[in-house]
Design a protein around this ligand. Sequence first.
Ligand code: CP
Length: 316
Amino acid sequence: MESLSTKHLLGIKQLNPNDINLIFETADNFKEVINRPIKKVPSLRDITIANLFFENSTRTKLSFELAEKRLSADVINFSASASSVTKGETLIDTVNNILAMKVDMVVMRHPNPGAGIFLSKHINANIINAGDGAHEHPTQALLDAYSIREKLGGVNGKNILIVGDILHSRVALSNIYCLQKLGAKVKVCGPPTLIPKYIKSLGVDVSYKLDEALAWCDIAMMLRIQLERQNGGEFDVKYFPTLREYSNMYGLNMQRLNKLKKNIVIMHPGPINRGVEISSEVADSSNSIILNQVENGVAIRMAVLYLLASTPSFSN
Ligand code: CP
């Protein structure tokens, strides 16, 4: 059986195109399974998985839990806000205590970039990064690329535009790595204050004009303005004057779409701020594959869990 080149899924940066294609082919099989009347397979029976969420989530948390249950794994869920982290327990102590209960795999979302990488140096279980600060969100990028492949037949050669708060977005970084590894051309668009200086070094083009960028793309991936990562702290920085102005310049609405002389595919990782980065009309239109992305998240996460549990190092 083919296996991944890695024991952990810490980021897309560490994957090669063969890994990504293997995940997609495995997800194809699981997608077929979850559309059957009996949606459960015994693949991860006797494997225990801990879902550790140090930051809020709807889609990723529920999707991982469902994927684990569909694979017949035993699942425990941990929410930092309702745990002894609030009493000062460290990340390593928290995870080591959970692993002492004979846990095999850890799915972790954490507000600090690199938290999964740090953990992988200190524990033996397989780790899946479910989003680490503004760093990476690998399963989101995998389900996004998988959804593009499903909708357009492939990713290679496609022009893909990522719009919005690139600076604070782990989804943007993971997607840039993933889409480029699969042969797509990637452009980012947003206000200059929300486009990081290093982005061109990743081989990505930059546009500050949404209408021009939309005319170039086959797919527009709209991102949320991450106010929770922008405000507070020592410096309370304003990246743009008002949400209304942001929406006027960088929000996707029907008026903008109708000006294009072609159909483009609309994506969004969620959660959506309707009326800010995307209008309700566009989000709910026939061009939108937003709910397909969510649906595909379960099959992709089943594939990742199954393949990591099958890596030769798992039983060492
Ligand atoms: N796309 C995504 O990561 O959504 P959640 O924060 O709800 O998991």
